[in-house]
Design a protein around this ligand. Sequence first.
Ligand SMILES: Cc1ncc(COP(=O)(O)O)c(C=O)c1O
Length: 407
Amino acid sequence: MTHYDIHSIRNDFPILKSVVNGKPLVYLDNGASTQKPQLVIDAINHYYSSQNSNVHRGVHYLSQIATDAYEVTRRKLKSFINSKEEYEIILTKGTTDSINLVASTFGNTFINEGDEVLISAMEHHSNIVPWQMLCESRKASLKVIPINDAGELDMNAYGNLLNERVKIVSVTYVSNTLGTINPVKEIIRLAHAQDIPVLLDAAQAIQHISIDVQALDVDFLAFSGHKMYGPTGVGVLYGKEKWLNAIPPYQGGGDMIKDVSFEKTTYNDLPFKFEAGTPNIEAGVALAFAIDYINSIGLDKIAQYEHELLEYATDELLAIDGLRIIGTAKQKSSVISFVVGTIHPYDIGVILDKLGIAVRTGHHCTQPLMALYGIPGTVRASIGLYNTKEEIDILVKGVRKAVSMLS
Ligand SMILES: Cc1ncc(COP(=O)(O)O)c(C=O)c1O
C-alpha cells in the first residue's frame, strides 16, 4: 500500500469509533453520505457558539463575521475546482437542488418543443427526473446514451445522438451504482463541437477526483457537501459566467434582488441572483473545513489509496461463489455493487448490519439502470478515505456468512 497515515486519518472521525450491534462499525456507505472529521464538527459548533447571525444583511459585528466565514467557503470552492471567478460558485442545498436549478432556469429559457435533452443510462434519479419534468412541460424529448455490459458509456452511440435538436447534455462524472468514471473530457469536447453545453453531476466525483472546471471546459458542475466529508444541506452549482448571466433566477425572495417595487424587481448580481432566502449558513461555513481536510491529505493520494482498496475488495469478493459484480468498467471509482445468485440484496444487507457493517442495498436511486441489468437492486459497498484493508476483510467474511445463511 502507498504510504498513507490511515491511523491518524481514522482518529479524525469520531463516529468511526462507534460500536454497532456489539461490533466495531465498518462504514462502507460513503456513496450515500460520508462521515465528518472533527474539524468540520467543531466548525459547526464554533459557528453557533460565536458567529451565528444571518448573512449578507446586517451591518452589525456578528452578521459581518458570519458573512465573512460563509464567503470563505466560496473562495475555497473556487480554488478547489479552479473556477475562473468566485461568483461562478452558487451555493445550493446539494446536487439535486443544483440540477433542478439548471433544468428549470436553463430549460425554460433554451428548451422548446421538439428539442432534446441528452442524459445517460446510468444517471441517478436526480439527473433524470428534473429533466423529465422539464421535457414534459416544454414538449421536448429526453434521450438516453446507452451503456455496455461493463457499465461504460457507448461513445459511438453518444456521437450519433448529438444533433442540432440537443440543447444540453447532462451526465454523471462517476456512477454511484457502477462506479464507472465517464470520459467527461471527451463528452464535453464532442458536445462543444456542436455548440451544446454540458452539465456534469459530480456528486460521486468531487471526493475522489481532482476537478478543474476550466481545463474540462464544463458549463455546469453540481455536487453535494455531505458526500465530501462536509455537512448536509449545502452543495454547489458551478456555472460558466456566460450561462449564469443568460438564465433567469431560480427562486424569488430575499438576497436575490437589487430593488423591489410592486411594479418591478431587479435582480442581484452573481452569485446572489441564484441564492434566494437564508441559506444553511452553518453548513456553508463548515464546508470550507471539509475542503481543507481533503486538501491536507491530497485528492491524488486519496484516489490512489481508495483504488488499491477497490482492487483488493474486488479480488476478494469475486472469490465468493456465485457473486457477480455489477459495473466492471476499466475506469472505476471505489464503488462495488454486487449480487449473489438469487439472494435478495436486502437480506444480505440486514445480516451485514448485524455484524456492524454499513452497506447500501436496493436500486441506489438508479431504477432504470437496475431494469437494464434485470435485477431488483444490488449490495453496494462504497469506499471512503478512512476505510481499511481490515474492514474489507470483515466485509468479505460478512458476505460469506450471509451467503451461507441465505443459500
Ligand atoms: C450521482 C449522484 N447524483 C446525485 C445525487 C443526489 O445527491 P443529493 O441527494 O446530495 O442531492 C447522488 C446521491 O447519491 C448521486 O450519487
